[in-house]
Design a protein around this ligand. Structure first.
Ligand code: SAM
Length: 209
């Protein structure tokens, strides 16, 4: 949505990626299907910044993929904090665990494999920050399942809510309709304050009142 020159400029004015994040990005692009699902440098810095602003004790990520955003969010964790990250894809497990082991946050990360809806039912925690970035058709389900587990003032961040701009299209496919239905649901939810940041594919920033 932002032209390439401006993208470069944004990267020039933000913090660099760590060596480990660069390595995860490279390895994902070389070895994993659909590497563009990874948050990437600029969005990663946004997630890190938001996390550092609230120093969460408990973070939940739904959709680990190769662990890039996990490690960005972990940068803000309070020293005694825990980050839970959920994913259904067991094929990436070795790669993800290897990356987490190279980070300073390995002991604070709880990586749970399985269907997120089921894993969520077993998590009895109160979260300060939740990042929803898995199968987009279930955004609304995940939102409803986690809502009561988020403290007042806590943040929910949802990725890809602009869906490459297709949310503006007159001819909407099923995926686009799902995203619009979710966005409308959040717009109407008076329990939260919200805005969409036009970062990469759109980040919904939702604060529980
Ligand atoms: C967009 S990627 C996550 C990207 C990652 N958060 C990042 O920013 O680097 C989506 C992930 O959601 C996972 N996923 C899809 N359906 C899921 C489900 N039902 N339960 C848990 N994870 C699921 C996929 O396996 C994939 O790894």
């Amino acid at each position: 949505m932002i032209n390439e020159d401006l993208q470069h400029l944004l990267l020039n004015y933000c913090e660099p990626e760590s060596d480990l994040l660069q390595q995860i990005d490279r390895e994902t692009n070389l070895k994993v299907l659909m590497p563009r699902m990874l948050s990437g440098h600029y969005q990663g810095r946004v997630l890190s910044m938001l996390s550092k602003m609230i120093s969460p004790k408990k973070i939940l990520e739904i959709g680990t993929f190769t662990g890039y955003a996990t490690l960005c969010l972990a940068e803000g964790l309070s020293p005694e904090g825990t980050l839970y990250t959920l994913d259904i894809n067991q094929e990436l497990e070795d790669m993800v665990r290897k990356s987490f082991a190279q980070s300073p946050y390995n002991d604070q990360i709880n990586y749970i494999l399985g269907d997120a809806s089921q894993s969520l039912g077993q998590l009895n925690e109160v979260f300060d920050l939740v990042f929803i970035d898995a199968d987009k058709k279930n955004n609304g389900t995940y939102y409803d399942l986690v809502f009561d587990k988020i403290r007042p003032g806590g943040l929910i961040i949802v990725d890809n809510v602009l869906w490459s701009g297709k949310v503006l299209s007159n001819q909407q496919d099923k995926d686009t309709k799902n995203i619009i239905t979710f966005n409308d649901k959040i717009a109407k939810d008076t329990r939260v304050e919200k805005l969409i940041l036009p970062v990469r594919d759109g980040l919904f920033i939702i604060r529980k009142k």
